[in-house]
Design a protein around this ligand. Structure first.
Ligand code: SF4
Ligand code: SF4
Length: 382
């Protein structure tokens, strides 16, 4: 095993291959506070990529209700039970992961500690939907405070990890990470259907197709990304929770890059189960209403600080952060750069060409109740 640097862990770790970062790394930020579980993203992906035979139970994008929703069943719980420790040393300037990753916990002779779901585990994609933790009395409804009863929606795609478990576990070398953008793909011609990748991906985002005998996975809509257009699940998102782009390592963080700004500068967006050790590249703004004992295990020790910054952005008049959050879902193009000019937030492409501008306050037009020109009377809704 090689020694590689995993900045999300704050330390080096063991990985099957040496560190080889791509020229650019595909990344995304999802704001969990805005997701309404409409599943439009799921259907947008399903109808684009996985409508063929053998793909019936493939959801490259899925949205599950936490804490009781999973797809496939118990995908996270099973691995969390297998993984020892999982503690963080938070005494220094940056948190350092004290426990073992799935690579460091691999049994002798294996590359990754993992497990493979049964067919039945894929049979109930909506299990636990809208189930509350803590529960509510029969007949009661949620009103005023609901500290005791909570749930939230977790939208998931492949994380196009820096250190993919799927890639490390493939004995055929059929999975590769594109050097130009870090997107992780399965070579359909090389794959022989051993399903080691299904076992090795802790997020269970590789699926085996019994009709073709090969494994398939999210391709980050790379034909669109190559044209500077965000993936299907992003541009169709009703809640406007998603932004796709590219991320740098923290030492090269560029505040003009929206993903860098949210992840490295403001630190409001956090990786999913960083303790697994894959350096996943989908980052989540954690839900602000959920006990952090739960979300810390899911997003790491920086949850409290992320929620504080996010919650207080408006009160602290942090116009840059609130403005940038308003750019989510404003254009189908990939906004590799952004800037705020007064009350306007502007998304730009990599060459600095303006793609979209969004006013931070929606202009309000109050029309005269009687329009003399058209001889009509109107009703203004306040
Ligand atoms: Fe591979 Fe899973 Fe990471 Fe995607 S999320 S790159 S399938 S290990
Ligand atoms: Fe959530 Fe957007 Fe998907 Fe709807 S389309 S479920 S809001 S991520």
């Amino acid at each position: 095993m090689a020694r590689v640097n995993n900045w999300q862990l704050g330390r080096e770790m063991s990985y099957w291959y040496p560190e080889a970062r791509p020229q650019k790394q595909f990344a995304a930020v999802f704001d969990t506070n805005k997701c309404i579980a409409c599943q439009t993203c799921t259907l947008a992906c399903k109808t684009t990529w996985t409508s063929g035979k053998g793909q019936e139970y493939m959801l490259w994008n899925n949205v599950e209700t936490k804490p009781y929703g999973f797809y496939p069943l118990a995908w996270d719980l099973k691995l969390l039970e297998m993984l020892d420790g999982q503690s963080w040393d938070t005494s220094g300037e940056k948190p350092v992961y004290d426990g073992s990753t799935i690579f460091e916990s691999a049994p002798a002779g294996e590359r990754v500690m993992g497990w493979r779901p049964e067919d039945e585990d894929y049979a109930y994609p909506n299990v636990g939907e809208d189930d509350c933790a803590g529960g509510i009395e029969g007949g009661a409804s949620l009103f005023e405070t609901h500290d005791m009863a909570w749930f939230y929606y977790l939208a998931r795609i492949c994380n196009h990890c820096t250190y993919p478990g799927c890639l490390a576990s493939c004995p055929r070398g059929s999975i590769y990470k594109r050097p130009e953008d870090g997107i992780v793909l399965v070579d359909q011609n090389r794959c022989r259907g051993y399903q080691e990748c299904v076992r090795g991906c802790p997020y269970k985002k590789v699926f085996f197709n019994t009709m073709t005998g090969t494994s398939e996975k999210c391709i980050a809509c790379y034909p669109k990304m190559e044209m500077g257009i965000q993936p299907q699940c992003f541009v169709n998102c009703i809640g406007k929770i998603r932004m796709a782009g590219y991320i740098n390592t923290p030492d090269k963080a560029n505040p003009e890059n929206p993903i860098d700004y949210l992840v490295h500068i403001k630190k409001v967006a956090l990786p999913l189960f960083p303790q697994f050790g894959l350096e996943p590249n989908v980052y989540y703004i954690p839900p602000i209403h959920v006990p952090t004992s739960f979300t810390k295990q899911m997003f790491g020790p920086a949850v409290d600080a992320a929620i504080k910054t996010y919650r207080e952005a408006a009160a602290n008049k942090d116009d840059d952060l609130t403005g940038l959050l308003g750019l989510f879902g404003s254009s189908e193009m990939v906004m590799e750069r952004w800037k705020r000019v007064g009350d306007k937030v502007i998304g730009l492409d990599a060459n600095g060409k303006e793609l979209v501008d969004v006013p931070m306050k929606e202009p309000v037009h109050i029309r005269p109740a009687v329009d003399k020109l058209y001889q009509i009377t109107r009703t203004n809704c306040p």
